[in-house]
Ligand binder design. Structure first.
Ligand code: ADP
Ligand code: ADP
Ligand code: MG
Length: 460
């Protein structure tokens, strides 16, 4: 087993990895930017090194600085968390060249799945259903439009390098295609430094269903069930639950088998996620693979009783999976709410600032993954995720009731959050019924916000 792991990340996920390491008796080394000197991951790690200024490009994305620390501190492995360098093939390669284990798949696998257009092609070859769309990337707007015309509208323009819901545009008619294509491409160039685009048919009002995969070096590939991430704002997840209410046991088995086939086709090793959209008729389509630990991994941990980060570390150390497919039993229901420092009443403007007061929920079946504390200054340099509230209960309805009361216990003072909005979602009849699709939140946002404002007026 590894002796010392460097955690190339910050915030709640850095803490999450630290916790797994400590429980495994592995030393930890944190890296941080000048903006994060007061961060909890710096406090809790065995040792911590500053790797540059606040801007992520100069610190958390600074491969040379991070590798220099890893070598100087005698680390034998690096955990990249999510975001930052987690899906950076050059970084995975560089770790390997230095003889440091990258806790994730190889650079080659990241390359082949990181380009979403080529991942689609690979899945098609492996017999995994993909959304009808372009054969690979489209070279320019005019050619793309011809392809869109032949696929038939509505279509979705997507960035091959995309992530976090960016570089995507829905197109409902031929007339608006060219301008939306240019918009999506400009966004992709700005966010990902690549203008490579591809097309998919827009599946109308689908669910986002994803499967957690674990694969080791010994040929074992299993899935740990599904997560329903249909509560999204502009293609970004806000609330996730496991298991999905939309899947029958048969469909779950079918999609799980497709996810395992997808991971095998990719030659995958470590933890990963196969994302699908599921239409109203029970047809499912691969949309992408995330070759890293996912933000919403805790709900899978709750329903399967597995520590996914521990599994990641064991896999990278060459150990076999500690469970088989038959061992995976989905127990009860779990929900995660992402508490973001953003103002829903103001177009979800990020509003980081000083955490004047914090009270986190607790009690039976409640888990909080967060790096916040009273007095902590949330930095504007990084994403606005402030805390993840996770609940587990025997049934879905009990989990919903538990999450409502957990959110009622949460107090964050100093900046706006989406907590009230999440609380309202948990009372919405469509959510309670379990019938929400990816269009739900954008469609219901106005009424959800007006209710939450009424709610806060009543309290005053
Ligand atoms: P998930 O929530 O399913 O894990 P997301 O796509 O929402 O996946 O991304 C998780 C985190 O990674 C977010 O903090 C997001 O900002 C970040 N992220 C996603 N894609 C990229 C990327 N290409 N480059 C840098 N950060 C990314
Ligand atoms: P990202 O890398 O940004 O996470 P994804 O390909 O996973 O991009 O898509 C993000 C979200 O966009 C999905 O969760 C889903 O809600 C929606 N989406 C993606 N592809 C399609 C599609 N072909 N039809 C309908 N919705 C889609
Ligand atoms: Mg995705």
């Amino acid at each position: 087993m590894f002796k010392r792991v460097l955690i190339a990340n910050r915030g709640e996920i850095a803490l999450r990895v630290l916790r797994a390491c400590r429980e495994m008796d592995i030393d930890t080394v944190a890296v941080y930017s000048q903006a994060d000197a007061d961060a909890l991951h710096v406090q809790f790690a065995g040792s911590a090194y500053c790797v540059g200024p606040a801007k992520a490009a100069d610190s958390y994305l600074n491969m040379d600085a991070i590798l220099t620390v890893a070598k100087a501190a005698g680390c034998d492995a690096i955990h990249p968390g999510y975001g930052f360098l987690s899906e950076n093939d050059a970084f995975a390669d560089a770790c390997q060249e230095e003889g440091i284990a990258f806790i994730g798949p190889s650079g080659d696998v990241i390359r082949s799945m990181g380009n979403k257009a080529s991942a689609r092609a690979l899945m098609q070859k492996a017999g995994v259903p993909v959304v009808p769309g372009s054969d690979g990337p489209v070279p320019d707007a005019q050619t793309a439009k011809a392809v869109a015309d032949s696929i038939g509208y509505p279509v979705l323009i997507k960035a091959s390098a995309g992530g976090g819901g960016r570089g995507m545009r829905r197109v409902y008619d031929a007339d608006s295609f060219i301008s939306l294509f240019e918009e999506a491409r400009a966004e992709s160039v700005a966010c990902f430094g690549s203008g490579e685009m591809y097309l998919e048919k827009l599946i109308l009002d689908p669910r986002h269903i994803e499967f957690q995969i674990l694969a080791d070096r010994h040929g074992n590939v299993i899935h740990l069930g599904d997560r329903d991430c249909s509560i999204q704002r502009r293609n970004q997840k806000m609330l996730e639950e496991a298991p999905s209410k939309a899947l029958t046991p048969e469909l779950r088995e079918q999609m799980g088998a497709a996810a395992v086939a997808a991971a095998k086709a990719a030659g995958y090793e470590n933890a990963g996620t196969i994302e699908f959209v599921l239409d109203g008729e029970g047809h499912f389509y691969f949309i992408e693979m995330n070759t890293r630990i996912q933000v919403e991994h805790p709900i899978t941990e709750m329903v399967t009783g597995t520590d996914l980060v521990r599994e990641q570390i064991r896999i990278a150390a060459g150990l076999p999976l500690s469970l088989t497919q038959e061992d995976v039993k989905l127990q009860g229901h779990a929900i995660e709410c992402r508490i973001n420092a953003e103002d829903p009443a103001n177009g979800f403007r990020p509003c980081p600032g000083k955490t004047e007061f914090l009270h986190l929920p607790g009690g039976c079946g409640v888990r909080v993954d967060s790096a916040l504390y009273t007095g902590y200054e949330l930095s504007p340099f990084y994403d606005s995720l402030a805390a993840k509230i996770i609940v587990h209960a025997p049934t879905r309805l009990e989990a919903i009731r538990r999450m409502r009361r957990a959110l009622e216990e949460l107090i964050v003072e100093g900046y706006a959050t989406n907590a009230e909005l999440l609380h309202q979602i948990l009372y919405h009849p469509d959510f309670v019924r379990g019938s929400c699709t990816t269009g739900f939140l954008d469609r219901e946002l106005k009424s959800l916000l007006s209710w939450s404002r009424c709610g806060s007026e009543e309290k005053q």
